[in-house]
Design a protein around this ligand. Structure first.
Ligand code: SF4
Length: 452
């Protein structure tokens, strides 16, 4: 298989950007299905699920593997992927074989680079500018057919936004947004300006942008577009040139502005102009127990053709295609299983890294801390971390709670800036009060982004 660039006129040799920081000299140790990470609670596998889309049958396989080989839970990530934790160290072969049989491992060489988030309600609620599922399938196939993309870091991220602006703020390396006029906007890194391209070429353009990044960053130790810093401008110029070589017309644009909607889909019944509805649930701390997973797959399987689940980058799950007449009953069953089905749940917007005892770096059992300090629903998400790395933290504006040797530090993060942290002792009452205040004070949506 060859990369998209191999089929194009020979490109000029790209310079290693002088503005790029040589940010690391070690290999990418990001875990996958074939490369397990040894954690304190056993081996960990991260299963890439492009767009978070799982067939009900695949969901059943994941649940069975988690129960039989791991800790029995499915751990949702901030990219709509799934982690299996507490795995036996000798289970790698069986894991890979079952994943392959179920279609969760279409290319072993690309298993860690299929990082694609997509608007989870696209095509379900009548909003957005187009149903981006065809883009999702096409981009995943292109990534898996490219030799070059095997060189991407496991952290490199694509985002496909149906125009509602929900996954655009997640800070992907390459973002494609649907436009009202049928065209698409291609954003490379955090740039304010975007490239306007024909909608039909959006997946190909995203692949070309990723492949051009690889050539631009080669030798610099850079894994993400943001790490290119000043050289980001060189990259964007090269992408325009290569798009034109591929026959894709691209023009720079800065407007119009799409509405900002960076929050997760609200839990409940999602209606739309169709015969069926979707159910949207949140998952407390992103940990789905086996019975909860069974309840979700049961709801999905009632749909003709087997049904599917869509895992969201906000650690929630969407069940599309539910009969309208059964929606309330199905949602109630998911609520009875312990999932978040409405806006009043104190778990809404609360997240945490794995912390102790699963992570040796953690200074605290942050999941227990978050549970003990649950309070009223706040306007902004809150994320608890066991150390300064803040694995899996949300994007946009959020309340940051980090364990410290003498308790916790609480701060507000907005527009990439962290406000001065407030020290709070390790007391559930003190933490609940401080978190509630921070979430209340901070309750504004992030500003709209220009360029789409
Ligand atoms: S944020 Fe720190 S404590 Fe939490 S999972 Fe990451 S490394 Fe471990």
């Amino acid at each position: 298989m060859v990369g998209m660039l191999a089929a194009m006129p020979p490109p000029a040799t790209l310079p290693v950007p002088t503005g790029a920081a040589s940010v690391r000299d070690r290999g990418d140790a990001c875990p996958g299905t074939l490369r397990l990470h040894r954690a304190d609670d056993g081996a960990l596998a991260r299963v890439r699920i492009p767009g978070g889309v799982l067939s009900a049958a695949q969901a059943g396989v994941l649940r069975e593997l988690a129960e039989r080989l791991g800790d029995g839970e499915l751990h949702l990530t901030s990219r709509g992927n799934v982690q299996l934790r507490g795995l036996r160290p000798d289970c790698g072969g069986e894991l890979a074989s079952r994943m392959g049989e179920s279609g969760l491992l279409p290319s072993e060489r690309h298993e860690r680079v299929r990082n694609i988030v997509a608007s989870p309600l696209s095509g379900l609620d009548g909003r957005g500018q187009r149903d981006i599922r065809p883009w999702l399938s096409a981009l995943d196939e292109l990534v898996c057919a490219s030799d070059l993309t095997t060189e991407l870091s496991g952290r490199f991220l694509f985002a496909l936004d149906d125009g509602r602006g929900d996954v655009d703020p997640l800070g992907a390396d390459v973002t494609v947004l649907a436009r009202a006029d049928g065209e698409a906007a291609l954003r490379i890194g955090p740039a304010e300006t975007v490239l306007r391209i024909p909608g039909a070429h959006a997946p190909q353009a995203a692949l070309i942008a990723a492949e051009t990044f690889l050539d631009t960053a080669r030798g610099s130790g850079v894994w993400r577009v943001t790490e290119l810093r000043a050289a980001g401008g060189i990259l964007r110029g090269q992408v325009v040139r290569r798009l034109r070589q591929a026959g894709i017309h691209a023009t720079h644009t800065t407007g119009p502005v799409h509405p900002a909607e960076s929050a997760a889909p609200a839990p409940g019944v999602v209606d739309g102009p169709y015969d069926t509805v979707a159910l949207c649930v949140g998952v407390p701390l992103g940990r789905v127990g086996a019975e909860q997973w069974r309840a979700l797959t049961r709801a999905a399987r009632r749909r003709e053709g087997g049904g599917e689940l869509r895992l969201t980058p906000w650690r929630g799950v969407v069940v599309p295609g539910v009969e309208r007449a059964r929606a309330a009953e199905e949602l109630e069953a998911l609520g009875a299983a312990g999932l978040i089905i409405g806006p009043g749940s104190p778990w809404t917007g609360v997240g945490a890294c794995v912390g102790r005892p699963g992570c040796a770096k953690s200074l605290a059992d942050v999941r227990a801390g978050a549970t003990a300090a649950l309070g009223p629903v706040g306007a902004l998400p809150v994320y608890w971390s066991g150390c300064e790395r803040r694995c899996g933290h949300p994007g946009g504006a959020w309340v940051d709670v980090v364990a410290a040797p003498d308790g916790y530090r609480i701060s507000l993060v907005r527009d990439g800036e962290r406000h001065a942290p407030l020290p709070v002792p390790d007391s559930p009452a003190a933490l609940a009060a401080a978190v509630a205040t921070a979430r209340g004070l901070a309750g504004q949506r992030p500003a709209p982004r220009p360029g789409t």
